[in-house]
Design a protein around this ligand. Structure first.
Ligand SMILES: *[C@@H]1O[C@H](CO)[C@@H](O)[C@H](O)[C@H]1NC(C)=O
Ligand SMILES: *[C@@H]1O[C@H](CO)[C@@H](O)[C@H](O)[C@H]1NC(C)=O
Ligand SMILES: *[C@@H]1O[C@H](CO)[C@@H](O)[C@H](O)[C@H]1NC(C)=O
Length: 372
């Protein structure tokens, strides 16, 4: 057979196959970012053309009523968030993110809320009505973290009930169902306590895997040596890295196309013990600026590099960037690391990637544009 006679059917079947793929995936690739109300970046300044989904962070959880609320000082910017970011990109979708890394008290409130049916109902009803009245396209649960087997079971019940309520609301209102996502730990367990994989798979559109904060300069566990804060591959035998976490989620049975990889738009600065010993895991003495948590956002790191003519290194083996000048050493993700992680997400057929958080990027959106 000549190639000419086979070309057309081949093209057609390829096209049909691609259409099927797209339908079965259900959800197109996610290029997401969180926006945080206190970051200093007005929502109107986000280049929303670079994203498919933007997460508005954070709505609060009332510790007495278990209702989801937005503080009065945030109401104006949260209620106009969707309209604001859609001005430059009418197809960008928005999700109201609930909770966040607010510490032990917030985590306790989540646990108390999820433990009883009437409290879960308060959470579910109030979050759906808030999302609709502010024109969000979805809800994102940031419970950091469910940390006992009971918490995990209740988290599963919560997302199952939330999905049922969202489906019911969509049917009654005639509106497209709200998207449902959750920000989860880097791995499928929280220090050996497994997430409720089946409920997550059945009830959430996807999970945002927080594949960062593996090493930090202010933490007891990692202040004595520099470290790659969000390495993709193992830098030590500890196996704390993005790939190990993603692999654990897939191994637990959560489909790759429900997994979105987190990218940090920030890093951590250590103080080197010896300015001449400046590699990965070099001896250090806590954060470079005493009294801080050592974190610096990407544009601050770029400013530090240019102001101090710092040396910059990309380590492609573990996938991290770092820079140093004098006794200051900063581990972070620059365009090389972000690009390698985006390629990884595509190779692993993940649903996409998200950034925490968009205001960390530089004035040229260098990270947000990389590999997107
Ligand atoms: C479904 O939605 C309707 C209208 O909002 C409400 O009255 C009803 O209780 C809901 N049912 C369930 C099972 O959530
Ligand atoms: C990258 O980091 C690893 C882990 O510390 C190290 O073994 C390797 O030599 C580094 N590679 C380069 C090119 O510096
Ligand atoms: C790093 O991970 C790879 C693959 O998971 C493994 O083969 C290797 O032994 C690990 N290296 C260290 C130092 O743990």
């Amino acid at each position: 057979m000549s190639s000419k006679t086979t070309t057309l059917p081949l093209l057609l079947s390829t096209l049909l196959f691609l259409i099927q793929l797209n339908v079965s995936a259900g959800q197109a690739a996610v290029k997401g970012a969180y926006w945080y109300w206190d970051s200093g970046l007005p929502a109107s300044s986000i280049d929303s053309t670079l994203f498919t989904h933007l997460f508005c962070a954070f709505a609060d959880l009332n510790a007495d009523t278990y209702q989801v609320t937005v503080s009065s000082s945030n109401q104006a910017q949260f209620s106009s968030f969707t309209q604001t970011v859609q001005q430059n990109n009418p197809s960008v979708k928005t999700l109201l993110s609930i909770g966040g890394g607010g510490g032990a008290a917030l985590a306790d409130t989540f646990a108390a809320m999820a433990s009883q049916p009437d409290r879960r109902k308060s959470f579910i009803d109030s979050s759906i009505s808030l999302a609709r009245s502010y024109n969000f396209h979805g809800l994102d649960i940031d419970w950091e973290y469910p940390s006992t087997t009971t918490h995990m079971t209740n988290f599963g019940t919560l997302v199952t009930e939330l999905r049922a309520a969202v489906a019911n609301e969509s049917q009654t209102s005639g509106n497209t169902a709200l998207l449902l996502t959750a920000a989860v730990h880097r791995s499928a367990d929280y220090y050996t306590i497994n997430y409720p994989f089946e409920s997550i798979s059945n009830s959430l559109d996807w999970i945002n895997v927080m594949a960062y904060d593996f090493y930090g300069s202010a933490w007891e566990s990692s202040r004595a040596n520099t470290g790659p804060p969000a390495a993709l591959y193992n830098a030590t035998a500890s196996q704390i890295n993005g790939n190990a976490g993603i692999t654990s989620w897939i191994g637990a049975g959560v489909a790759a196309n429900k997994i979105v990889l987190g990218l940090p738009f920030y890093g951590y600065a250590w103080r080197l013990v010896n300015a001449d010993d400046h590699g990965l895991f070099a001896p250090a003495d806590g954060p470079a600026n005493a009294g801080t948590d050592g974190s610096m956002v990407y544009h601050q790191i770029r400013d530090f590099i240019s102001q101090n003519a710092a040396e910059t290194v990309y380590n492609a083996t573990v996938v991290t960037n770092y820079c140093y000048s004098g006794t200051t050493w900063i581990g972070y993700d620059d365009t090389e690391s972000i690009s390698a992680k985006v390629s990884y997400a595509k190779e692993e057929a993940l649903l996409g990637y998200f950034a925490w958080q968009v205001s960390g990027d530089d004035s040229n959106w260098a990270l947000s544009q990389t590999g997107w």
